[in-house]
Design a binder for this molecule. Structure first.
Ligand code: AHR
Length: 609
């Protein structure tokens, strides 16, 4: 690879090129980045009717001693379901009493010395004495406890308590018990760790994993999650703002789980702000997987989109800006991009409705960049747009070869937003080095075509490793798969790791705003190599670095073990990275070595995955 920095730069890469896409899939938010420990805190997982579904809450004590049911007696109008618990025992209650427990999302991570904030709503015609405890998974070892003793809770009463953990357990549960005969109603039971990122509710370790990618933008909240299989189960932002106790929550029928929508429209903007990433809001445009709203009926959806923008950007005196202000953010959020739907280009009425959204938003917010779902990489759009979505999920060779996907794209039309890309299938499994090399080749192509591509993000970002799918094959075998695999970050209640695709993204984070240099591959196998060279300034040490990335995708598979010489002709540099070290046996620098103060390779990354 000949890098000729003296010939000058090709261009500045957009500041926005690499970011992240957060979708509520795989329990990425509920049971993931959102640190809430109670699963189904409002007892509405079956919907806002009774009987609803209390799962995963379960009984402590058999049904001769304690019974539970749902009813519609909640004090919260938009989520009317509450849990009615009838205690039948008194003196004959087992030691510790009877009651209910919640195991969280496959176990709560309770850590010694940390504080957990409990909020619950309670009502009973009698005085109550409820013991609240955090225990191991079978309720044997107490990790923390407190008592709720109230003489008058005849009206719904909000109770707040702090639980200090005196031991650690990664698979803990929350228990509410009593040995007093009578009836108690519970609603909106929440347990949050004290130490979330800036107190904003984001789980610290998972937040840091995303922050370490230095994403220039964050696209949210989906994906298919925005659409829903049916519109009644789509993410509708108005249902996700205001006090958390009053949010109805909804069943995400594409990824098959209930969310309390605690990670709602407001929290997504807060997340973007905390990450220093530009928010890209994907809104529902009247399309689900099964339905497309007729253009004659689309107006309420257009208004909903305008209101959602006003929520983010309006002054604190505006109708929706005041809701944001009341939630704690009087200053507007810096919303500059919205996507009109997700993967809906071919759906009925998409274009006709799109034009209505486009015109209304352009008029009210002339500076907002609007993203169409229609791919314009090979032919121009037939409608106005500031950017267009491009999604690719395929095998490693295909994704690698798509490094050239934008080579012939018009440079005068809207730019591409590669808002979802990943190597999938057997090349990737739950994450593989081969997949990451296919993706790296693709991203190098995007760097080189960054006059036609404005943004790119891998998908999906997160998976809770317990969110599994059991699949049955033809030969009678069962396979346990993650709900969607592969993903960039895998986690459980207490730990996380990045797949090779995550670490691959690390290599590209310095590309945002960097200078793309002229580089030429001198190889007779250049179709199986992708390479680029960039110059960037480190914001901390202020030094300029040359980063060279080379991805020998096929050689990794077909020529494993063969030597490959890489000749680098740097002009002025202090550091260069080589993306894969595994089949590169020699790096020859044919320049004055005194220019080079440091060489780093992928070895650290490879050994860490
Ligand atoms: O990333 C997973 C899914 O893939 C997204 O929800 C959807 O947009 C795409 O089909």
């Amino acid at each position: 690879l000949v890098v000729n920095a003296s010939k000058g730069s090709i261009r500045k890469i957009p500041e926005t090129l690499f970011g992240v896409f957060f979708e509520e899939i795989n329990h990425a938010g509920a049971g993931g980045l959102w640190a809430e420990l109670v699963n189904n805190r409002g007892f509405e997982a079956g919907g806002q009717h009774s009987p609803s579904l209390i799962d995963p809450w379960s009984l402590i004590g058999d049904d001769s001693l304690v019974r539970v049911s749902t009813d519609l007696s909640s004090p919260f109008k938009r989520n009317p379901v509450a849990l009615r618990m009838e205690v039948l025992c008194d003196k004959n209650c087992p030691a510790g009493g009877v009651g209910i427990f919640n195991p969280g999302y496959w176990g709560m991570n309770i850590e010694q010395g940390k504080t957990y904030n409990l909020v619950l709503h309670i009502r009973s015609p009698e005085s109550i004495n409820v013991s609240v405890s955090l225990t191991d998974s079978i309720g044997m070892q107490s990790l923390a406890s407190t008592n709720i003793i109230e003489t008058d809770v005849s009206n719904w009463t909000k109770v707040v308590a702090k639980l200090e953990a005196k031991a650690t357990n990664k698979n803990a549960r929350l228990q509410l018990q009593t040995n007093k005969k009578g009836v108690i109603w519970f609603d909106q039971v929440s347990l949050m760790p004290d130490d979330t990122y800036k107190g904003h509710g984001f789980r610290n370790d998972l937040f840091k994993m995303v922050q370490d990618l230095e994403p220039a933008f964050i696209r949210f909240p989906g994906g298919c999650f925005v659409e829903g299989e049916y519109l009644k189960n789509a993410f509708r932002w108005k249902e996700t703002v205001g006090p958390w106790e009053e949010r109805p929550g909804h069943y995400g029928d594409v990824w098959f789980y209930w969310t309390d929508d605690a990670l709602g429209h407001y929290e997504f903007f807060l997340l973007a702000e905390d990450l220093g990433a530009a928010p890209i809001w994907v809104f529902n445009n009247g399309v689900s997987h099964q339905e497309s709203v007729d253009p004659s009926l689309i107006e309420p959806y257009v208004q909903e989109a305008l209101d959602g923008i006003e929520f983010a950007r309006g002054s604190s005196n505006s109708t929706w800006g005041s809701v944001r202000a009341a939630m704690g953010h009087p200053e507007p959020f810096d919303l500059k991009y919205v996507a009109i739907g997700n993967e809906d280009c071919g759906k009925p009425h998409y274009r006709e409705n799109y034009l209505k959204f486009y015109a209304a938003i352009r008029k009210a917010y002339p500076d907002i960049q609007m993203i169409s779902n229609c791919d314009a990489s090979s032919k121009p759009l037939d409608h106005p747009a500031d950017m267009y979505d491009y999604h690719i999920y395929s095998d490693a060779s295909t994704v690698f070869s798509l490094a050239k996907a934008f080579d012939h794209t018009s440079r005068t039309g809207p730019k591409a937003f590669v808002s979802e890309y990943a190597v999938t299938g057997k090349d990737a499994g739950m994450g593989s080095l081969l997949a990451s090399l296919g993706e790296a080749g693709f991203l190098i192509g995007l760097e080189k075509n960054s006059d036609a591509v404005e943004m790119a993000s891998y998908a999906p970002l997160f998976v809770n490793k317990n969110n599994i799918n059991i699949e049955h094959s033809n030969n009678g075998k069962y396979f346990i798969l993650l709900r969607w695999q592969p993903d960039a970050i895998v986690f459980d209640s207490s730990q996380s790791y990045g797949t090779p695709s995550y670490w691959m993204q690390h290599f590209f984070k310095k590309s945002n705003g960097a200078t793309l240099l002229s580089s030429t591959l001198q190889s007779n196998s250049s179709s199986s190599l992708q390479a680029s060279a960039i110059l960037f300034q480190d914001p901390v040490d202020k030094k300029h670095y040359l980063r060279v990335k080379i991805t020998p995708i096929r050689s990794l598979v077909e020529n494993a073990g063969k030597d490959m010489d890489v000749t680098l002709l740097p002009h002025s540099l202090t550091c260069f990275d080589v993306l894969t070290k595994s089949d590169i046996t020699q790096i020859t620098t044919t320049t004055d070595d005194s220019d080079i103060t440091q060489i780093t390779t992928t070895t650290d990354y490879v050994s860490s995955i």
